[in-house]
Design a protein around this ligand. Structure first.
Ligand code: XBP
Ligand code: MG
Length: 257
């Protein structure tokens, strides 16, 4: 196994628990503002998460849960406008500091930076959402910690397609075998593994706890902290109780699962 050189992070569900109380709420605000009576409940939103990308998710909702809604002549424009309003609401929520980073994220990123590991992001979400989250919930300078931020419509096919990871790898000039990908969902694991990244660490959350993570090397419920150990769902941690660089190096050095 080649030496570990870079860490590539998903955003939604991995760096922060953004979906239920962030994106979902922002979608509902945008619907209400547009005079629509759509309300995405916590349960319905869990089902809609099968589709990554906000615009794609709205279209999927119409097709599968609201087929009788009269389609506007310019459906793409209608969805794009709704989605732009949703992004405004979501970034405003982030600027108010409403969505914290998950346990252990800041500590792990700081350790990785000190060790000289290269950092990148590969996400489906809109670039403005990533900037706002990093700036307001991590550090005012945090965008600069990542040499590549691959996000949103920069690739046409979103996760589970490998394109966003391939784009990030290409920008860094790296192959997948020198990286670890951090994900929280089935779609994310599929995306990273199809991009030839075999070291994948999953931190689950309320929406993804029951996902199929086949292809991941380690599945835990959080990165954890020394006083707040993770719960291991799959994989070997050699007795370690939170995700740190020693654990990542051990994980990366191991043969494929
Ligand atoms: C995240 C997503 C995103 C957000 C919404 O998936 O699916 O679509 O829910 O973001 P992943 P936008 O964590 O696998 O990248 O509305 O900006 O598209
Ligand atoms: Mg995710």
């Amino acid at each position: 196994m080649a030496d570990l050189k870079a860490l590539i992070f998903d955003v939604d569900g991995t760096l922060a628990d953004t979906e239920r109380d962030g994106h979902r709420v922002a979608f509902n605000k945008a619907f209400e503002e547009a005079g629509l009576d759509w309300e995405w409940s916590v349960t319905l939103y869990g089902r809609l998460l099968a589709v990554t990308g906000g615009k794609e998710r709205i279209r999927y909702y119409l097709d599968h849960y609201n087929p009788d809604f009269p389609r506007p002549a310019d459906l793409d424009g209608f969805i794009a406008a709704l989605h732009a309003a949703k992004t405004d609401h979501y970034t405003r929520m982030l600027s108010q500091g409403l969505i914290p980073m998950r346990n252990g994220v800041k500590r792990l990123l700081q350790e990785a930076r000190q060790a000289g590991l290269r950092l990148a992001i590969a996400t489906t979400t809109t670039p403005a959402n990533v900037s706002a989250l990093l700036q307001h919930s991590l550090d005012p300078d945090a965008e600069r910690w990542f040499e590549v931020i691959a996000a949103g419509d920069i690739v046409p096919a979103k996760k589970p397609a490998p394109d966003i990871y391939l784009w990030a790898l290409d920008q860094m000039g790296l192959q997948g075998d020198v990286c670890i990908a951090f994900e929280d969902s089935h779609n994310g694991v599929q995306s990273a593994s199809q991009a030839s990244i075999s070291s994948i660490l999953v931190t689950t959350n309320g929406y993804t706890a029951e996902d199929d993570f086949n292809g991941a090397r380690l599945v835990v419920d959080q990165f954890g902290e020394p006083e707040q150990p993770f719960h291991v769902k799959f994989g070997e941690t050699g007795g370690r109780q939170f995700v740190d660089l020693a654990l990542l190096r051990a994980l990366h050095g191991r043969a494929d699962p």
